[in-house]
Design a protein around this ligand. Sequence first.
Ligand code: ZN
Ligand code: ZN
Length: 457
Amino acid sequence: MQKIRSGTLAALFFGSIFIPALSLAAAPADSPIREAALNDTVAWDFIEGLTTEIGPRPAGTPQEARARDWAVTKLKSLGFSNVRAETYTMPVWLRGHEEARVISPYPQNLILAALGNSASTPEKGIEDEVAYFPTLADLEAAPEGSLKGKIAFVSHAMHATQDGSSYGYFGAARRQGPSIASKKGAIAILIRSIGTDSHRQPHTGVQMWTDGVKPIPAAALSVPDAEQLTRMISRGQPIRLHLTLSSKMLKDQPSGNVIAEIPGGDPKAGVVVAACHLDSWDQGTGAIDDGAGCGIVAAAALQASKAGPLRRTIRVLMAGAEEVGGNGGRAYYEAHGKEPHAMAMESDFGADRVWRVDFKLPQGHDALTRRLATVLEPLGIGASRLPAGGGSDIEPLIKAGVPVVDLQQDGTRYFDIHHTPDDTLDKVDLQQLRQNVAAWAVALFEIANAPESLGVK
Ligand code: ZN
Ligand code: ZN
């Protein structure tokens, strides 16, 4: 997942939003949608099928193409309309061989995974001294040129939070650390995994070289290996490390989005986009990131449609290439950005329960906010006063001012597994998954049938 910092956007497009006190006293009526969705089988079936029959789905690879074909067949068989893949091309980075070994003074191997867009070492690897930085700020403070011929190592230990907000802060070591280290002359960089587990599973993820920076080999050590290296460093002797990372860059490879619709009765009222991403990292099978999101939005759209006719079309967007920079979300916007959009929502934070709902609606939509809070409250979901921000698959829509509602999932254990080989089906909890489907189904039904304009003229 990639969270957008939303405060500034909200202020820009909608001014400050006041959410009135919610009347939780009104007992929520029995909801057939909620009850049916709490027994949903479609979401699990989708995730189980995608992770078993396709497995890992790296952006721009034949596996991602197979996932598109699989999803098109599946969504058609589930009864969606206008199901199709929309393709585009993009450059693709492919992982090769990766190996790290402490040469002296405590010879032993370390477990690591290259970060997206990492440069390769020469085939025989590189060997040099480690320069240690406890935090990203320490790396930033290092004088220009001071890392010449060194392998930078940034620890920057991440801690779990329920809302996942620590990913933004600690994730900077992965997103910006490699470019900063290269600017200061480092020949390679290792970071402590952006993860909250204590397993010997490194967390990969994308990083982009800033303009004019020379790409260097960049990798994440598993959390226990990062701690091991830190302990060695604390003993005071210089640490020499041998590092081999190989990778390939391919030009113009096909990637694409899959789109499926539940048609609404009033095309002028704008579409409601329910987004997830179909691609995954290469090492796990992409169950929580983001097979789960795709299962949730597809199942919820079907549950909402079973409850009665919809005013607005619900458009499921299964984006390609989210992990490597949001190419699918941008391609969707280029193809469809001019169509009226009433709402954009995204599920890309695993399969654990929804605990909070955030809104960013146009002025004058307080009644819709209250209705959504009322239908979500029986599922244990509280309305917040924080503005919704969406995610990278819908980021271009949000930037263009499309309203957004975030069903925030519990992220306490998400970063134990995120972007590791451990992202597999067994991590999905069926009851929590069904709570997600129920939350999405009641919200989609309410939004798709809302008489309000949602900013569509
Ligand atoms: Zn991800
Ligand atoms: Zn994701």
